[in-house]
Design a protein around this ligand. Structure first.
Ligand SMILES: Cc1cc2nc3c(=O)[nH]c(=O)nc-3n(C[C@H](O)[C@H](O)[C@H](O)COP(=O)(O)OP(=O)(O)OC[C@H]3O[C@@H](n4cnc5c(N)ncnc54)[C@H](O)[C@@H]3O)c2cc1C
Length: 276
């Protein structure tokens, strides 16, 4: 449980962070809250030779009303997402999902940008942002670009971010008047999800995404298509796993995950219908 030796540098700005990561090459990694990277380093599943600390870039910690969307700085802590009045008004699903991340210590240290950049399919916020149609803003040596959430997660713990790009902002379209639900099935309070579901419904539209049902967060487009085509909630929920590729682990077989996903999607759609 002791990490391999590494050097540590702290960046004072995004530009400096990009420059430092460029100077130190492929073995360098950004560290934000450290609540995903440090456990991997302690298990020696990650062995960066240099850590570039972006955790004190307070300029990247904000939640702003951007008109048709809410803009969230990548260094915003889970606890601030959970308690934000702006999100409570415009995106309660995201604030509520953040309240399910780990325990208070994790939520005080971990950042929304770290959670998304880490691209863990078992994490709560990447799937929630995917269901909500978020866009991610990345800054690197070649400038700034936007990446739709649906194109961001490219594999297990892998994303469309280049090694020298900092995720700076998460933009989430407002969901005024939408019904919503976040379902997380875990063995004990504060555990990771065995399966989770983030869902919203408004008029004929919907968004449904699954936690821990494949190597990446899964957008369950077949469920939304079924609902748009007039299917009942029960019938639409049967399509829950059409885009998923669940794997077995210590907690669940593939069959159990499939069963859970269908049950949780049905519950999520029922709750979304009641609250819309
Ligand atoms: C005990 C425990 C329980 C947890 N339970 C849950 C849970 O129930 N649900 C859940 O969703 N999560 C859970 N987590 C994970 C937690 O949410 C992490 O905070 C989060 O996944 C990573 O955020 P971080 O800021 O700590 O990232 P870090 O650990 O600092 O970084 C993670 C990865 O992202 C990269 N990175 C970080 N920020 C950026 C950025 N701005 N730009 C580019 N790359 C970046 C790093 O290089 C690294 O590869 C848990 C963690 C712990 C330790």
């Amino acid at each position: 449980m002791i990490p391999a030796p590494f050097d540590y540098v702290r960046a004072g700005s995004v530009e400096e962070a990009v420059q430092l990561i460029g100077e130190h090459g492929d073995d360098a990694k950004f560290i934000a809250g450290g609540h995903s990277l440090l456990p991997l380093m302690k298990l020696r599943l990650a062995q960066p030779s240099v850590l570039v600390d972006i955790g004190r870039l307070r300029d990247l910690s904000y939640i702003r009303d951007g008109g048709d969307h809410v803009a969230i700085g990548a260094l915003t802590r889970h606890m601030d997402v959970e308690r934000s009045p702006v999100l409570a008004e415009h995106l309660p699903l995201l604030a509520h999902a953040a309240s399910h991340v780990g325990d208070p210590q994790v939520r005080h240290r971990g950042t929304i940008g770290g959670s998304i950049a880490h691209s863990d399919p078992a994490s709560d916020l990447p799937a929630t942002a995917l269901a909500l149609g978020a866009t991610y803003v990345a800054q690197g040596p070649r400038g700034t670009r936007e990446i739709p959430a649906a194109q961001f997660h490219t594999g297990f713990l892998d994303s469309a971010l280049a090694a020298d790009e900092v995720l700076t902002e998460i933009r989430v379209p407002k969901m005024q008047g939408a019904g919503w639900s976040f379902q997380k099935f875990n063995r004990r309070a504060q555990d990771w999800a065995i399966v989770g579901v983030a869902a919203w419904r408004r008029n004929g539209d919907s968004g449904v995404a699954l936690v821990n049902m494949g190597s990446v967060p899964v957008l369950a487009t077949s469920v939304s298509s079924a609902l748009a085509g007039g299917a009942s909630v029960a019938d639409a929920a049967e399509a829950a796993v059409a885009e998923a590729d669940p794997q077995p682990d210590l907690n669940a077989s593939v069959e159990y995950r499939v069963h859970l996903a269908k049950v949780l999607v049905r519950r999520a759609l029922e709750e979304s219908s009641r609250s819309s």
